[in-house]
Design a protein around this ligand. Structure first.
Ligand SMILES: [Zn+2]
Length: 156
């Protein structure tokens, strides 16, 4: 049986880089603000994976009221989600992520990001899709105040 899950996340951009996205540091003069490292790509992916197996969401597993998670490396959290799926006998078929960002240009970093995501998920890089869209200057993302990410995951 195959199961699909979806996730999304948004975090505010604040002064000071680098920008942590998809588990890698991108040179930029702004970074994302959150209780953890605010990596929207990893958070959206974690929610998609948890959603696929109906195991709640990132907020129930890693509550932002937990002081031990302040500044946490989201790669560690995503690895825990992957381990949860594996413990239940699931394997990840593929994931597809869309990043909504006005700046910086992310295309040059996609190879590095995809390899990092594949490593964190324990799958071949061919199973990891990453895309970026601007929002045509509209809304918080368009003003450059935030970056959002959408993810779907197929799990068997
Ligand atoms: Zn988040």
């Amino acid at each position: 049986m195959s199961r699909v899950g979806q996730g999304w996340d948004i975090h505010r951009l604040v002064e000071g880089g680098p920008l942590r996205l998809a588990g890698v540091d991108v040179p930029f003069d702004r970074s994302l603000l959150g209780h953890s490292d605010a990596d929207v790509v990893l958070h959206a992916l974690a929610d998609a994976l948890l959603g696929a197996v109906a195991a709640g969401d990132i907020g129930t597993h890693f509550p932002d009221t937990d002081p031990s998670l302040r500044g946490a490396d989201s790669a560690v959290l995503l690895r825990q989600v992957v381990a949860l799926l594996q413990a239940r006998g699931h394997s990840i078929e593929n994931v597809d992520v869309t990043v909504l960002a006005e700046r910086p240009k992310l295309g040059p970093h996609f190879d590095r990001m995809r390899r990092r995501l594949a490593d964190l998920l324990g799958v071949a890089v061919e199973r990891v899709s990453l895309k970026a869209k601007s929002t045509e200057g509209l809304g918080a993302v368009g003003r450059g105040d935030a970056i959002a990410a959408l993810a779907v995951a197929l799990v068997s």
